[in-house]
Each structure stands twice: as C-alpha cells, then as structure tokens.
Design a protein around this ligand. Sequence first.
Ligand code: GLN
Length: 673
Amino acid sequence: MNNNIDPKLNWLKNIPKRAGDLYFSLCESKGNAIHKNEFQAYVFDAGLTSIDFRLKNFFEMLDSMGETINFEEFINLMNLGGLLIERALRGELAVPDFKKFSNNLDKIYDEVIDNKSGELANYIPPLAEVNPEQFGIAVVTADGQVYQRGDTNVDFSIQSMCKPFNYCIAIEELGLEKVNEHVGAEPSGRLFNDLTLMMRNMVSENLSSDSKIPFNPMVNPGAIMTTSLIKSKSSTTERLNYVREQIGKSIGWDSEGKSGIDIPRFNKNMARQENFKGYNNIAAGFLLMATGNIPYSDSTLPKDKLANDKYDYDFYFEPAVTDALKVYFSLCSLEMTAKDVAVAAATLANGGVCPLTQQRVFGQKTIRDVLPVVQTSGMYNSSGQFFQEIGLPSKSGVGGGILLVVPKVMGICIFSPRLDLAGNSVRGIEVARKITSKYLVHIFDSTMTDIDRVDPRLKIAKWRANNCGEAIWAASYGDVRTLEKLLGQQRDLKYGNYDIRTPLHLASAEGQLDVVKFLLENGVKPIPDRWGGYPISDARNNNHLEIVDEFLKLDIDYSEPFHLIEEPNGKTDKIEKYDDELAIIEFLFAASENDVDGLRQLVAKGIPINVGDKDSRTSLHLAAAEGSLEAVKYLINHGHPLSVRDRWGATPLDEAIREKRQHVIEYIKELSK
Ligand code: GLN
C-alpha cells in the first residue's frame, strides 16, 4: 500500500500486458505507484462523475484508498470500474478528448451569454414570469460522460420538447404503420400552432385518399394526435404518468429508485394555464376530431343523459378529444433540468438505450423512424434552414429549451428562455451554431475534409495525425494512387506534420520521383520545414539528383535548413519501431502540443515510449523542440532515453537549444549530470 514497488519487478511479464500498460501509463514514473488524486482527475477529465451510479462501488473503493495506489489495488479498482473506466483512461469513450471539448463549450458559453435578444413566451403567466437571464448547456455522451455549465440543474417547462418522446412512445405502443395512418412525417414549413392539416395522398383501406392528417408529430396538431394514441383506454392521470415514466427511463430513472433519478415533475398550474389559453390547441384537437383522426368509440356517447329542461340539453364534448388535449397540455407542462433533457437526448443518440443505466427504453427501429422527423420538422418553420446549417435532429420548446441529438455520440440540451420569432431559444440556436462551426457534427459533415474543424469522436492528436499521416506515408512509400485519392477528397497535400514535414519533403528524402512530379503537377508548393529546409535539401542530402532538378525548375529562393548538433559523435540511444504508423504520428503530435493526456492514453495502449517516425523523430524531440515541459517530464519519467538522434543526428537537447527552450534545457541538463 505504498510506493515501494521495485522498479525492476517484472510485473509486465507476470500480468496481462493490457493491465500492465494501463498501470504504467498512469504511474508518475516508471515502476512507481499511481497518485490517487491524479487518478481521480483523469477519470473526471474524461467526463465521468462521482454521482454516476454505474461507478458507485468504484468511487467508494477509491475513496477508501490511501494517497497512492499500487498495482494490486489498481487491479481491484479496475475490477469494479470495468471497461468503462478502462476506456476512459485509454481515451476511448464517445468523446475521447472530453477535457478539450468541455473547454470549448465553456468558451462558447462565455461568448453566448452576452446575447440578450429575443422575448419570453408570454401567452401564459408561468412562462412569462421565468427569469429571462437563465442559461445552461448540458451535454451527455453515449457513454454517459457529462458536461454541465450554468443553469443545468433547474427545472424548466419542457413544452414541445415532449413531442419526440410522445412520438416514440406512440410508435412503441402501436407500431409505425398505425401511427402513420394518423400523423404524417412531412415537414410543414409552418408555425407550431398552425391549424393546417395536410391531404393524405396514400390510399388505405380505412380512409379515403383525400382524408387529412397532421403534417408531422412535431407541430401541435400532430403532437395532439400522437398524444391521443398513447394508452387511449386509460385515464388521463394514468396516461400522463405512463409518459412520465417512459421519459423517466430515458433519463435514468428506475422503478426501484436505485439511480436516485426522478421522473419529470408535473407542473399542474402550468397545465391549467395551457388549458385556459389553449384555444388554438383546442381548435386543433377538434379539427382532428372533425377529420376523423382521433379514434373514439360511439358507445361512449351519453345517449340518455338529457337535461330536464325541455329546451335545453347537455352540451357534449367527446372525451377522446378532451382527454387527448388534457394529456397534451400536461405533457407540455412537464419540467426537467437541462441535464436530464441532455440524458434523454443521449438516449435517442444511443439508439434507445439510456447511457446511464444501460436500459433499453425505445427500440432501435423506433429511434431510426423518429429522428428523421425530428430532424426535418423539429424546429417548426425554420426546420429546413436549421437542418442545412446545423444538420442535427433538434427539438425546441417555448420554455426555452432546445435538445439536439448527435447520433451515436451525444445528446445536448441548451436552456435559455428568450425566444426568436419561430419560438426557438435565441441563445440555444447560437450555441448550436457555434458547436457546428467548431466540430464536425452536422450529419453531412461526413462528406467534408475540413481541417479547421475537429471531429469530437476522435482525439485531437489522432485527428491531426489522420489529416496529414496518410499523405506523408503515401509520399514516402511512393504511393501515387493514395495521393490521387486524397487530392480527389480535396485534402490539402501541402499540409505538414508537427515538424512541417510535408509529403514533398518525405518523397524527396526517400527518392520518390513520381510522387514529387505528381505533387508539383497538382500545384502543391514546396514550403520550409521546422528547420527552414525545403524538400530540395532532402533530395540533395540523399543524393536524389533528378528530384533536385525538378525543384530547380521552380522559381523559388530556397533557404537552407539549420540543424544544430552539439556532439555529432556522442552517444546514440535506440529508437523503437511500431507497426501502427498513424499511432506514431499521433503520439508525436501529442508530444508537440504538450498533450500529456494524449501521450498517456497511447502509452496505455502499449506504444513504445521511444518510438520514432520516418525522420527518426521521437516524442521527446518534439516535446523538447516545442518547449512542452510537462510532456518532456512525462516521457523521461516513463523511460524515454535522452540520446535519441533524428535523421540529421540531433538529440532532444539539441532541439531544445536550437529553439531556445530554457526550461527544457535546464531540466534535461540536470538529468544528464
Ligand atoms: N404548449 C405549447 C403550445 O402547445 C407548446 C408549443 C411549443 O413549445 N412550441 O402552444
């Protein structure tokens, strides 16, 4: 239970390599123990929280431990944390760089909070009286990573955000075919309270071809319609509670109360106000009755209940429609926190399984049927534009909430009550816009090769590696076909790696004349690398004279690279090889950006610490050249040798000296004493 693990203890031989690599990556230094506080910070940085009930036992055990964790204790902990903790530590959760992602969301929050435009919904007092300044962003990933900022734990009225869930629940109960008979899946391009119903142009046995149904379940007539289908034989209270429980399951509620999460609260006053002022919705309900959409049975007609007066009779409202309206008003009046809505959205993103409980709430097929309708109609009359711009299934409510679903990745809820003219939260829309301008999450971003934005599904270092790695390796191997493909994808082939070594540099160093010609013909310009060297120097140094001639044809004033090598004949340490070439590039990118988490996660996956790229550059060269002291320390503490030499013979210390990285120079010199 202390640090006294013998550094030479060959635990790597006796225990599974996987666990060993993970433990090694987390230790402060080789053969040492893990610091509990740091370990906890890694888990939190990955987006997992101590209130996550999946991790209850794990955190209890962690709490009971001393300041350091030895290997045996680590294995016990991992037995409780399971694959979830392991994946978190290896950077393999739905959003692997959760810390960076959170920092970016913080920035977005700080930018958007100044936007005070828009008006509160004012058609009923309980909405008109909310604090307009409220603002919260919550994100929950398919792996249950949680981000929260601002007012994410206050209840607010979900209003129309109930609609996707009602639609799911109706489909689960009756099947898509039946539901489709009553409500369409066509965008209406209309306001949520529009009373237009569309002509039905499909012929079915029961309905004539010109019967009318609501456009879709996201506008009010459609939502009232779907509500009328849910548990239609039960009392309104039972129906309301049934939906609360279904939504409850999607936010992690369980009937035994294990998770400590409650079903959505019902605001009765809100529902009554909706009822008092809800003439438009009442009209929509009766329209649905008139068009024969709301199912009811004639037997409920009170045939002999006539009033006594000879001129009077009891005015009759069919309960099928008043009940549907009552349940609809009630569902709009449910209250949830932004965090809970984000979990519910994550359940949709996760194919119907709540990421916090792993319970299936809706069938996969239901989700696949519902999300397209949310995508095309969820933002009312701005749905088309929203789809084009943001490209995510989204649903807003006049309570100020917007939920967004990034399929397979995450659910997002933004809450801020001031609304635009279409009834969508102003700040909510702005946040959504900023998220898509930073991250490749628009569903059609899969066709983009945009390197200014980042894919949240990938680690930053991996993302960078992907963007240059393939071209660089293809160039050095003479693989023109791959370069053709990349060019066709509009990849920027002049883009270099962490040393601004570009495909042209590598092709020149390796004597790949065809590649050099191909790149030049396609307009790729030679640019200087980290040392001011152009590809022509690589060709010259490696005696590839035909390539030198190619570059001389261009009208460029080539500077010479400056490499500093203090002791060319000094000691030389071994550089390791590794099969996964992209992982090497990723590792070196992480080192250059002082991304210690990125380094740690690759070490956890078993990458040799002193692995080198095509120029024999190692992570330590990069960390030293960039002055990334934390990365330098991590690498050296984990056994990176000091006297590795790159293609030109330079050691990491040479690099630090050349780039004048004083802290790094001092640190390495101190060690070499
Ligand atoms: N209760 C509101 C209504 O039916 C819901 C509308 C909304 O949130 N867009 O009018």
